[in-house]
Design a protein around this ligand. Structure first.
Ligand SMILES: [Zn+2]
Length: 138
């Protein structure tokens, strides 16, 4: 690995768009949410190979409801977790906006937002973003 000195030209800063407010910001100033398989405990170690999608179930079976795939939405602080991701500002307003309507996240992540997901994300919001101290990032 070669180190690049922060001298001279500025490096290109990757931008990502917040799904709540639509503002593009440097990736590092955003928080990534990622959609993961709900039942996965330990992620499989694979070298860039995607698993084929699960075979479609034939209709006509008596089963109704609960047909949505078991996806879970988690916060990915490292930004490296595999899966479909969405970005939100490190701003409680954006989180509240995204969580106030499931459509924001469900559209960005192409999955449904369960009550568990919402609760988990709200907990993260309360814990990380709604600190009473008003911590500001330099
Ligand atoms: Zn935002």
């Amino acid at each position: 690995m070669s180190k690049q000195k922060p001298k001279g030209r500025r490096k290109h800063v990757p931008l990502r768009t917040c799904v709540a407010c639509g503002v593009a910001r440097p990736k590092r100033s955003l928080l990534r949410l990622v959609r993961v398989q709900g039942s996965v405990v330990t992620p499989p170690v694979q070298a860039g190979r995607l698993e084929p999608p699960a075979p479609e179930q034939e209709r006509g079976d008596g089963r109704a409801g609960a047909s949505l795939p078991a996806h879970k939405i988690v916060v990915d602080p490292s930004g490296k977790q595999a899966g479909r991701g969405a970005y939100l500002c490190r701003d409680s307003a954006c989180w509240k906006k995204a969580l106030s309507s499931n459509r924001v996240l469900s559209r960005a992540l192409r999955t449904s937002v369960s009550e568990d997901d919402r609760a988990a994300l709200l907990a993260f919001l309360e814990r990380e973003l709604a600190e009473p101290g008003g911590v500001s990032e330099g």
